[in-house]
Design a protein around this ligand. Structure first.
Ligand SMILES: [Zn+2]
Length: 170
């Protein structure tokens, strides 16, 4: 899809919209095929995100699919349930009224159905998901280190775990 298609149907402030780009990223699927996905990210991290996904491919980290969240009606819960990897979504941090780093294209959620997060109420989402480093596609310390070496923060290091989440402070 095009950038316009990837941003369709969502009210996004111009100041944010003009910083966003659509990047293609290669990945290894769970069928062990090399596929191409798309991510909407902030232009400043576009090249770095592509490099990170190339690195994940090199070490044969498996990813279910990488489709802009517009395909899931901008609904994070639906995208997570589909184990979809995504970046930009104009939304608040769950349980708060603050804009998420996803709103700036500066955060990534990878294989969310394998790398769940814990809500403020203690509920783990997506429903039924559990974190098990023995399964392919799970973000381990080793995977997280790739991102951290480039200045990204990992939600797996937080007190309230968000295993799927990486964000780049800017
Ligand atoms: Zn996230």
């Amino acid at each position: 899809m095009s950038l316009d298609e990837a941003l369709a149907g969502k009210e996004i402030p111009d100041k944010i919209r003009e910083t966003l780009v659509l990047v293609s990223v290669p990945y290894l699927s769970f069928e062990k095929e090399i596929r191409e996905g798309q991510l909407v990210v902030h232009a400043e991290v576009a090249a770095e995100v592509q490099q990170l996904f190339m690195r994940l491919l090199e070490i044969r980290f498996q990813i279910e699919q990488v489709i802009p969240i517009v395909a899931y009606g901008w609904d994070d819960a639906v995208s997570m349930a589909a184990n979809n990897t995504s970046a930009f979504n104009y939304r608040l941090i769950h349980g708060t009224n603050r804009l998420s780093n996803h709103s700036y294209g500066l955060a990534l959620d990878i294989n969310p159905a394998l790398n769940p997060y814990t809500q403020y109420d203690g509920e783990v989402v997506p429903p039924g998901a559990r974190y098990d480093v023995g399964r392919p596609g799970t973000i381990t310390e080793e995977i997280a280190a790739l991102f951290k070496s480039r200045g990204w923060q990992w939600g797996g290091d937080w007190l309230r775990k968000d295993w799927q989440h990486f964000q780049k402070p800017m």
